[in-house]
Design a protein around this ligand. Sequence first.
Ligand code: RAT
Ligand code: ZN
Length: 443
Amino acid sequence: MRTALFKSTGQVPVSRDGEPLTDGQISSAVEDVLAATQFVDIHTHLFAPAFGKLGLWGIDELLTYHYLEAEFFRSSDTRPEEYWSLSKREQADVIWRTLFVENTPVSEATRGVVAVLKAFQLPTDRPDLAEARCFFEAQSIESHVRRVLQMAGVSIVVMTNDPLDPEEAAVWLKGVADHRQYRAALRLDRILCNWSSHWQVLAGQGYRVDERASGKSAAEVRRFLVDWYERMQPVYMAVSLPDTFEYPQETVANRLLKEAVLAACRELDLPLSLMIGVRKRVNPALRLAGDAVGRADLRALENLCREFPANRFLVSVLSRENQHELCVYARKFSNLMPFGCWWFMNNPSIVEEITRERIEMLGTSFIPQHSDARVLEQVIYKWNNTRRTLTPILSDTYRLLSEDGRGVTRGDIQRDVTRLFRSNAEAWTNLRAPVSGSQAQSS
Ligand code: RAT
Ligand code: ZN
């Protein structure tokens, strides 16, 4: 188990090469370095091509993203049941007409679709989707993936892999070849948040578990996780938790968390990602678009970080009100790594606030962003937005430092950007992203 989490990762350039930059040069140096550095996308819902139709891509998937569905119901009289009865193509058509033709696409999620169309030089203002469909239908997935990730400036994406999703598990059990740009993350929601509906699946696979998770159950869940570790080679385990999450508390979930998950993470030297603050299905009629947010009591996180110093926790919180506490806890516990501006936080105004605060309180010891992309081409606009939002934030930071008396070189900027968007993730998860010649980081 490593103890000094940021020391000698061997990934961060240490030289401060170059002359100190003038105020006028800082912003373009920041922009250049952000553009030239290949990022690691630490949390997505994308799938490698070998997963077949589980991997979403193309214009119809982009338009039926649940962020857009939520916006659609605000601007259309269509009732959710009517919408769900349409084919994917018809859904995409009504969303396009409603949000992009009859209204101006000014929201973050609608602008994202516009940016993707523009990136492929497709028209952004047509009354229908004919041209866009024609373009995407002509792509073949392997080369399209390479092109999209290159356009996004991302070398590695981490998937979300649920061993209790029957469709996904079937692919893993058949055997799936490694893809150089995708890594797995073992998702635990069904086990930790919905044990009563899933314990029988484990029992059916020969694990000696019961509904109350008593007796040997925790040890057997641990065995299940180790078996899936062998199959998936995940870079971390992950769970999304409600705003009501408490620890310690005598619950089945907490027993499994402590005795199965955290024990397996220590044994396998994997971090656990906790995404805290979701309130599932406050409007069930909207399906995936029906989840909301609640402020969590982060003392649960404090208790976990203190009680399990040999575990590493990657943490994202969904409520804006929890962001400041998360920074404070990260200052107290070096086994806590804040990451990303998650879901409802991923809007430029909020990303800016959160990121400035994190830099002020944590320096470069955090992971500023993940894409959470569900549809392949989303990585283009999401990472473009991150670079655009980060440019003034980092530039202001360096100008202040320069004014305060410490000249900043291009080498400093490269070292920081590399640490923020690559090395922290690599050091924390043992993720070693292959970097090709053209992607090599300049220093
Ligand atoms: O942002 C999202 O797409 C959400 O629906 C969730 O999937 C969330 O990111 C999660 O991983 O639970
Ligand atoms: Zn997610």
